[in-house]
Design a protein around this ligand. Structure first.
Ligand SMILES: Nc1ncnc2c1ncn2[C@@H]1O[C@H](COP(=O)(O)OP(=O)(O)O)[C@@H](O)[C@H]1O
Ligand SMILES: [Mg+2]
Length: 359
């Protein structure tokens, strides 16, 4: 009959594909039980959004099946997202990893990417928050279907955020009069952003996704410097005009030592439902060039699709409301790639964020 040691030895031959280490020494095999020829164990991934989940399960199952005497293998795929240790001193306990979605340019789809990233991660089973830090044009209340929500503070001056589609949402939009211009001066801005982190009862979160305002100004610097970010997702459209602005945002993250998780190319080829052909409305294909320049992955490409816009307007992100559509599939893949990068970067080298202001 096989012993636990036999099974662990077999599983030691299985490598975690991103970390290139065996899954036993990484502590990913837990609750191993061997009863006669029947083997069961938990396979604890670093994120429930692991893009290689299916393949990893198969590989581990096969490895155990090859052990003589094994007749049955039951693997329970589960996940434990590691908390970024640097957050302990910066934020209230509970928040695991902070991921910013940014771009040097407005209108490229940051908010769309941020909300679809958040709901895709939540749909995979992660605990997710979405912080709309675009104080100039907060879109998340509408995109996430929580417009009109009224914040109220408890006795300790803490705010419980609303939740929809499995994601907790906080936005400057909740605190502003509709259609009124906002004029922020430096200290107010810093105060407001600090409050978003400290005074919102986020609870336990694997990922807090931040929808950044466009550009590389005061808010962006404050955000990057008040909290150690697990990484940034850079959003661009394919054409080169967008890219020159996006390059500035990428340069800002690089200067501030914020690791870049990768580039998302949004508003790519439009698939015509009438003739069945693809049209490159915004030609250029420059996201790949940007990714290559900074040595970061292209996380994925989202097509230009009226469904993305409509579902944004009605507060039902396409990743949930039309899960089989091409944009939904792209967003799901992007979310999983980004989550995998957070895991890998967090394990490999906990980056020291230097809190220096760069001009
Ligand atoms: N892939 C896409 N296909 C169609 N419309 C899109 C797509 N991505 C974004 N949009 C639309 O473009 C507009 C700008 O997107 P938004 O996410 O608000 O950009 P940003 O936050 O960068 O300013 C929105 O109306 C949004 O619905
Ligand atoms: Mg926006």
């Amino acid at each position: 009959m096989p012993t636990k040691d036999d099974i662990l030895k077999a599983l030691s031959s299985v490598q975690e594909p991103e970390l290139h280490q065996d899954i036993v020494s990484l502590g990913m095999v837990q609750n191993l039980a061997v009863c006669g020829g029947a083997v069961s164990f938990d396979y604890v991934l670093t994120t429930p959004s692991c893009p290689l989940k299916g393949m990893m399960e198969l590989e581990a199952t096969e490895a155990v099946k090859r052990v003589p005497g094994v007749t049955q293998v039951k693997v329970k795929m589960t996940a434990a997202v590691r908390k970024d240790p640097r957050l302990a001193s910066a934020l209230p306990a509970g928040i695991g990893n902070v991921v910013a979605v940014g771009s040097g340019k407005g209108g490229v789809g940051k908010s769309t990417v941020a909300c679809n990233l958040a709901v895709s991660l939540a749909a995979d089973g992660a605990k997710v928050g979405l912080l709309d830090a675009d104080i100039y044009g907060p879109n998340q209340p509408q995109m996430m279907g929580v417009a009109g929500w009224q914040p109220s503070a408890d006795a300790d001056n803490k705010i419980t955020p609303p939740s929809n589609h499995g994601v907790k949402v906080m936005s400057m939009g909740f605190l502003m009069e509709p259609d009124s211009p906002v004029i922020w001066r430096g200290p107010m801005l810093h105060g407001a952003i600090g409050q978003f982190f400290r005074d919102v009862l986020w609870g336990e979160l694997d990922y807090l996704v931040i929808d950044m305002p466009p550009g590389t100004g005061d808010v962006q610097l404050t955000l990057c410097q008040s909290v150690p970010l697990a990484g940034a997702v850079i959003v661009t459209t394919p054409q080169s005009i967008a890219l020159s602005d996006v390059r500035k945002a990428a340069a800002m993250f690089a200067k501030l030592n914020v690791p870049m998780l990768g580039v998302v190319e949004n508003m790519g080829a439009f698939h015509c439902p009438h003739c069945g052909k693809d049209s490159e409305i915004f030609a250029g294909g420059g996201a790949k060039t940007l990714a290559d320049k900074y040595g970061i992955p292209l996380l994925g490409a989202v097509p230009l699709d009226p469904g993305v816009c409509q579902t944004g307007e009605t507060g039902r992100p396409i990743s949930l409301s039309q899960p089989e559509s091409a944009p939904a599939k792209a967003f799901r893949a992007i979310a999983r790639q980004a989550a995998a990068r957070v895991s890998v970067l967090g394990r490999k080298k906990p980056l020291e964020i230097k809190l220096t202001v760069t001009k």
